[in-house]
Ligand binder design. Structure first.
Ligand code: NI
Length: 174
């Protein structure tokens, strides 16, 4: 097991489009294990996309930890097939934008298709927190961050906030 470094804004690697997974081997398994280790180590994260740890592949791991119960789910090459016309606005955060939260409007329900660790196809309709989380994570695979939906002023504020936080952390450790 290993904890990977989570990239934070304004790292350009977060803006890249990730490529599809084509080989379902042990290496993929290890990447996913490391991603879960990293997610759980973060403490407050409920989802992580591979590009957030510098891996340009279409892999997402989610564990909402609802009722304090762990329920890990892996999405390989996830795709949104359908979005409900109904929207909902919810406060979002991101491990790549630590300390910043803002409301984002997204589809209330989404139908998602993805492959599991063995390359088997799955399909499911998600609502509630899971729907928000999977939309947020799939965005990461296309280089889209939740602050991209905000005004340029708010976006600037988010970047400043993360910069300040990083500076403070550096001062504490040196
Ligand atoms: Ni995120």
């Amino acid at each position: 097991m290993s904890i990977l470094e989570i990239l934070t804004i304004p790292d350009k690697r977060l803006k890249c489009k990730s490529s599809e997974v084509k080989i379902f081997d042990n290496n993929l398994k290890m990447i996913i294990e490391d991603m879960f280790d990293t997610l759980y180590d973060s403490g407050n994260g409920i989802g992580l996309a591979a590009p957030q740890v510098g891996i340009k592949k279409r892999i997402v791991v989610i564990d909402l930890k609802e009722n304090n119960k762990s329920s890990p789910v892996v999405f390989i090459n996830p795709r949104i097939l359908k979005k409900s016309p109904e929207k909902s606005s919810n406060e979002e955060g991101c491990l790549s934008i630590p300390g910043y939260y803002a409301d984002v409007e997204r589809a209330k329900e989404v139908e998602v298709e993805w492959l599991d660790l063995k390359g088997k196809k799955n399909k499911k309709i998600y609502s509630g927190l899971f729907s928000i989380c999977i939309q947020h994570e799939i965005d990461h695979l296309d280089g889209i961050l939740f602050i991209d939906y905000l005004s340029s002023l708010k976006k600037k504020r988010a970047i400043e906030k993360v910069k300040k936080l990083k500076k403070k952390k550096n001062e504490e450790t040196t």
